[in-house]
Design a protein around this ligand. Structure first.
Ligand code: HEC
Length: 289
């Protein structure tokens, strides 16, 4: 019986916990600490539910083993009861204390003076657990008010929102600066840094050689290693051509495929091809610089 009870309790606790974890995992909007708190609360809730269930099952199991005091014959019942009362009085169990249970011998003290058809009502004290809960809500309210409205230690929702938005703004700026999202055709800078050229070359090799040749000598697309340009040969012009393309002539707009940083690296790589005189060059097109 005990084993069964423990199994039920473990299943009751573990099942919802697992479910909560997977759903918390899916909710990527929450920060880690929020997820931990939610998980803790859920675990606590299910622990309490399991304990209550456990107690219920225990009581029911006892009932089956030794039929309830009520169903026993009167003398025996009184005997068993007085035994229980003796131990309970010498040291009331924690359960009796929590539930605010009073021994039957004290019933006459708490009996209310109305009666209906022989049914009387007991003025039982409110259980300790309930009073504990009640006082803790009062305590919570006081602490909450002092914290949020009197001393204003913690930010209210509006402030919290503003603070988070500000932090996000800073993060966003840092992210954009890192990924070069802020570079456009007006702000792109000439660079001969080896890292930039190498990065540009990698992107070029992956996307551009089909039409401009392995070394920029030109095939379908124009020669990028000569000093003649259809759309201008400054770093800004090249950036612009790559970004927006010349769709009607077969040059794709790369805006959506490449990041501004990649486009910037590419532009500098193409500039670095100037005067490299690759073999089999395509005849110059456009205006000579
Ligand atoms: C599908 C073929 C094709 C691909 C792929 C392609 N281009 Fe082009 N590109 C062209 C064509 C065609 C032109 C000429 C457009 C015109 O005549 O106005 C061109 C023009 C250009 C120009 C302007 C040259 C000038 O003389 O002004 C640049 C710069 C350029 N491409 C860079 C690139 C880069 C960088 C890539 C890779 C990310 C790339 N292209 C990928 C076909 C392509």
């Amino acid at each position: 019986m005990k084993r069964l009870i423990y199994t039920i309790a473990i299943l009751l606790t573990a099942g919802p916990l697992l479910a909560a974890e997977t759903s918390a995992g899916r909710n990527t909007g929450n920060t880690f600490s929020e997820v931990v708190v939610i998980l803790f609360l859920i675990a606590l809730l299910f622990l309490i539910v399991s304990l209550v269930l456990l107690k219920t099952v225990q009581i029911m199991a006892n009932e089956i083993k030794n039929p309830s005091l009520v169903t026993l014959e009167e003398p025996k019942r009184m005997l068993e009861y007085s035994e229980w009362e003796a131990t309970e009085k010498s040291s009331p169990g924690i359960w009796s204390k929590l539930m605010g249970l009073r021994p039957i011998s004290e019933e006459k003290d708490i009996m209310m003076d109305h009666e209906f058809d022989g049914i009387v009502e007991l003025d039982n004290p409110t259980p300790a657990w309930f009073m504990g809960l009640f006082y803790s809500t009062i305590l919570f309210a006081v602490v909450y008010m002092l914290n949020y409205h009197v001393f204003e230690w913690s930010p209210l929702q509006d402030e919290e929102y503003a603070i988070e938005m500000k932090a996000a703004e800073v993060e966003k700026a840092a992210f954009l600066a890192n990924s070069g999202e802020l570079i456009d055709e007006n702000s792109v800078k000439v660079s001969t840094e080896a890292g930039v050229i190498a990065a540009g070359k990698a992107v070029y090799t992956q996307n551009c050689i089909a039409c401009h040749g392995v070394l920029g000598e030109g095939t379908v697309g124009p020669n990028l290693a000569d000093d003649s340009w259809i759309h201008g040969g400054t770093v800004n012009d090249i950036f612009k051509t790559i970004k927006y393309g010349v769709p009607e002539k077969g040059m794709i707009a790369w805006e959506k495929t490449l990041t501004p940083k990649q486009t910037s690296d590419l532009s500098n790589y193409i500039l670095s091809l100037q005067g490299t005189n690759p073999p089999n060059p395509k005849a110059p097109q456009g205006v000579k610089l």
